[in-house]
Design a protein around this ligand. Structure first.
Ligand code: KIV
Ligand code: ZN
Length: 508
């Protein structure tokens, strides 16, 4: 039997640290459910002391998830550890994840603590966590820029105090594979008692080496990899889960290991995370990008038609990309719709199902063929939304090459009907300015992007907008066969998220 490499997913914690990728609790729970379906070993649900919202999210996810372990992050101080435990204690298999910096740079400029103090607090915090659970992970932040003797001493203290997983983060994505592999090897020889713990790695992608570093670490003894869906995360992101899993699966000759992940759910999971965070997946992204299995040149197409192995090292079906994603049409009924939702991994309440079905029927009136992506877009837009202060009633836009673009918008604001008209530099500009007038909001538009969800001219346009107000950024999304309506929905979605955020943040 091949040795197991545990997959520790941190999409909901490190992934959420991607600029603008904040998620509400319902969205986080939905992603956690999908990660469980994907069969990851551990889901890092959040950093409970960081905000009330994170605390609640970890608590709710802990109550929901049954098969995967649920981890909560904490610094070494007692308050952090207690708060993390409070949030995660309801989980079937809870894990406390404690971290402290170990590099001279961090100790001097950020922690302002001596090496002796760090060893002491590392040991003390693990011992405190041990009072709550035997399942403790300890991370030495900025490990790859740390003095090896000191790093070993901190790890030894953590193991002796009861840590069962020791994580070596390349926090700033600085290591290169040969060096990182050697570091893992050395630590395995140097740290007394390390064999009692599972060695883990957590690689950032600043030099584009996160996956390579994770794999070389596995070859040198790591048995847990921390990663995120689509590789999202702080700055350039983390190691991409789908790439790590498929590399281990595809190169069994050089990587004689296995993971428990079900690869056929990778594509759906990637789409879901992209939709919820508003972070598009680049077309040439390995495994889940739109072009990952597209063969363009004549020679390649010829080869593929003769024998897939000529240019494909894995099949699109193995990661859940099916060629026949056409699913439903105008005449499809509730039953077929519910079954399709189930296949896609959505279990909706009767009321939500009814709401989604109504939206589906409206869409089917405009668009002959409904694809999985269209259905996902309905669910994410209609069901997983934040509470809505602002609702669109109707929009009418006049635009063209010989007219001043004008938008007339009617909205409900706190239940009150409001009507306004306004001009702009184009139809979208006119619409956004009019909505701003109605809602009396001050957010600045940072980003606006349109994508076609499916194929053909009747495809739905999917719009993503990013707004900023007083240092807070939010992402809004909207989809419709009319791109102006999609833009309007995305803008209003972002405004509602900003309002929701304001209620949660004191002083904003
Ligand atoms: O990058 C890092 O060092 C982290 C730790 C908290 C594990 O995210
Ligand atoms: Zn990290």
């Amino acid at each position: 039997m091949r040795e197991l490499v545990k997959i520790f997913d941190t999409t909901l914690r490190d992934g959420e640290q991607s600029p603008g990728a904040t998620m509400n609790i319902a969205e986080k729970v939905r992603i956690a459910e999908q990660l469980e379906k994907l069969n990851v070993d551990i889901i890092e649900a959040g950093f409970p002391i960081s905000s009330e919202g994170d605390f609640e999210a970890v608590k709710t996810i802990s109550r929901t998830i049954k098969r995967s372990e649920v981890a909560a992050l904490a610094r070494t101080n007692p308050k952090d550890v207690d708060r993390a435990w409070e949030a995660v204690k309801g989980a079937k298999s809870p894990r406390l994840h404690i971290f402290v910096s170990t590099s001279d740079i961090h100790l001097k400029h950020q922690l302002k603590k001596s090496k002796e103090e760090v060893i002491r607090i590392a040991a003390r915090s693990v011992a405190r966590a041990k009072r709550y659970t035997p399942n403790i992970e300890f991370s030495a932040m900025d490990a790859t820029r740390s003095d090896i003797d000191f790093l070993s001493a901190v790890m030894e203290a953590a193991v002796q105090s009861g840590a069962t997983t020791i994580n070596i983060p390349d926090t700033v994505g600085y290591a290169i594979p040969s060096e990182f592999g050697a570091l893992i090897r050395t630590l395995r020889q140097k740290v007394r008692g390390i064999e009692k713990a599972i060695l883990s790695v957590h690689c950032h992608n600043d030099l584009g080496l996160a996956v390579a570093n994770s794999l070389v670490a596995v070859q040198n003894g790591a048995r847990q990899v921390e990663c995120t869906i689509n590789g999202i995360g702080e700055r350039a992101g983390n190691a991409s889960l789908e790439e790590v899993v498929m590399a281990i699966r595809t190169r069994k000759d050089l990587l004689p290991f296995h993971t428990r992940v079900f690869p056929k759910h990778l594509f759906t999971t990637s789409r879901l995370v992209s939709k919820i965070t508003g972070m598009a997946v680049q077309p040439n992204k390995a495994i889940v990008g739109a072009n990952a299995f597209a063969h363009e040149s004549g020679i390649h197409q010829d080869g593929i038609l003769k024998e897939k192995l000529t240019y494909e090292i894995m099949t699109p079906e193995s990661v859940g990309i099916s060629k026949s994603s056409l699913v439903l049409g105008k005449l499809s009924g509730r039953h077929a719709f519910r079954e399709r939702l189930k296949d896609l991994g959505y279990r909706l309440s009767t009321a939500d199902l009814e709401l989604a079905f109504r939206q589906f029927k409206q869409l089917a009136d405009k668009k002959r063929e409904i694809y999985d992506e269209d259905i996902e877009s309905i669910v994410v837009e209609e069901i997983l939304r934040v509470p809505r202060r602002f609702k669109l009633v109707y929009i009418n836009v006049i635009a063209g090459n010989v007219t001043v673009p004008t938008a007339t918008v009617q909205m409900e604001v706190d239940g009150q009907l409001m009507l306004e008209a306004g001009f702009g530099d184009g139809p979208v500009d006119a619409t956004f300015k009019t909505i701003k007038k109605i809602t009396r909001t001050k957010s600045k538009l940072l980003q606006f992007a349109i994508n076609a969800i499916t194929i053909g001219t009747e495809a739905q346009g999917e719009v993503t907008v990013k707004l900023e107000e007083k240092g807070q950024t939010v992402i809004g999304q909207g989809a419709d066969t009319d791109v102006i309506v999609a833009s309007t929905k995305a803008y209003i979605n972002a405004l509602n998220k900003m309002e929701f955020r304001k209620q949660k943040l004191v002083g904003m």
